[in-house]
Design a protein around this ligand. Sequence first.
Ligand code: NAG
Ligand code: NAG
Length: 210
Amino acid sequence: MNLHILIVFSILVASSYANTIEFDYCVADPALPHGPTGYACKDPAKATSDDFAYSGLRTPGNTSNIFKFGASLGLVAQFPALNGLGISIVRGDMDVGGAVPLHTHRVSELIVIVEGTIIAGFIDTNNTAFYKTLEKGDLFVIPPTLEHFQVNVGKIPSVLYASFSSPNPGVQIISNSLFQSDLPTEIIQKITLLDPAQIKKLKRVFGGTN
Ligand SMILES: *[C@@H]1O[C@H](CO)[C@@H](O)[C@H](O)[C@H]1NC(C)=O
Ligand SMILES: *[C@@H]1O[C@H](CO)[C@@H](O)[C@H](O)[C@H]1NC(C)=O
């Protein structure tokens, strides 16, 4: 490792969003260590125009699943130039009658509807539900960490783009966390008051055990 690379590497392993003060950009090098503040940068002198473009969202998400929902991801893992920039984007496709199941992220989310009619909503920590029917061109914002969802209530498949205030917003889907895990049915019953037969049924659907 030559001195120049070593210096870039050392600075960027300790990088934060503040790395934009030291550099114009910090295209992730996934081969270098990944820490709480993101990835280390590839050598800025080696960045190319291709690093700053990503075509993966031309492809719709795969909706062949129980929710009739599919996502195409434009997060730092797919689009390394997002590293350190505090932003990312996902394309969400819903078939007619489809839904984005109740889920959370670590950060804020702003969605724009580009096709169809959907209901988007979230539930705040006071258990107040906010939801709205949205048409093509409309925006909806979801504050960080709150449980939220979308439902296609139109007569055609819907498309939306969801942007995030992090290159790696994380996602936790409530149904999957409960029913795809090996958390025992007795515990889930205690902590949700759901009927054990319903829990076992959903564990079979989602692939959970116990
Ligand atoms: C979509 O997902 C289904 C179910 O996992 C799978 O069988 C199918 O091959 C996928 N289609 C595409 C185009 O990837
Ligand atoms: C919390 O919800 C209750 C109704 O359940 C409402 O009366 C109250 O104004 C809400 N508080 C806030 C801060 O939104």
